[in-house]
Ligand binder design. Structure first.
Ligand code: SF4
Ligand code: SF4
Length: 163
């Protein structure tokens, strides 16, 4: 009988302590401001760390179309279109440089092999889009200041590059 009472007391106190913790968090969640009161996308974006690895930045004017970045990519999400340059020019003219961000895992393995340093990881995370097509970014079709600068890859930019 004694052990029965001990078990009942133990069970009751354990439940009461658990409920107290739950109640504490319940009250805290009312006191805490919601995330949207601190940040309002896109006017007040979430601040990012200095070494944040975001969408790529790419300089079409220096790319030589060597394919080294595409070969280094572990998930094959870089698609390069190129044509032979008209003689007397040598090499290739890059006509398309697409990165599929539905597959990219931001590992940056494409950056190091580039012999002319024309691709690097940027600090932008803005690629809001209404469909998956918008996640395939053709950097060769973007204005240079968007493709290689820190400007947003916003839906407006998406629309202009698809058009
Ligand atoms: S960051 Fe990684 S996954 Fe993304 S394109 Fe570069 S190599 Fe491929
Ligand atoms: S490695 Fe550099 S130069 Fe070669 S295709 Fe990729 S971005 Fe262009």
């Amino acid at each position: 009988m004694k052990s029965w009472f001990r078990n009942v007391t133990l069970a009751t106190s354990t439940i009461a302590r658990g409920m107290y913790v739950t109640l504490q968090y319940f009250v805290q969640s009312y006191r805490r401001k919601p995330f949207t009161q601190y940040f309002e996308y896109p006017e007040k974006p979430v601040p990012i760390r200095p070494r944040y690895r975001g969408f790529h930045r790419f300089d079409l004017t220096t790319c030589i179309g060597c394919d080294k970045c595409a070969r280094a990519c572990p998930v094959d999400c870089i698609y390069i279109d190129k044509e032979k340059a008209t003689p007397p020019a040598k090499g290739f003219v890059v006509t398309g440089f697409k990165i599929d961000y539905t597959k990219c895992m931001f590992c940056a393995l494409c950056v190091d092999p580039c012999p002319v340093d024309c691709i690097f990881m940027g600090s932008n995370f803005d690629l809001s889009t209404f469909g998956r097509d918008g996640c395939v970014v053709d950097y060769a079709k973007l204005p240079l200041e968007v493709a290689s600068g820190q400007a947003t890859l916003s839906p407006t930019a998406n629309a202009s590059r698809r058009g």
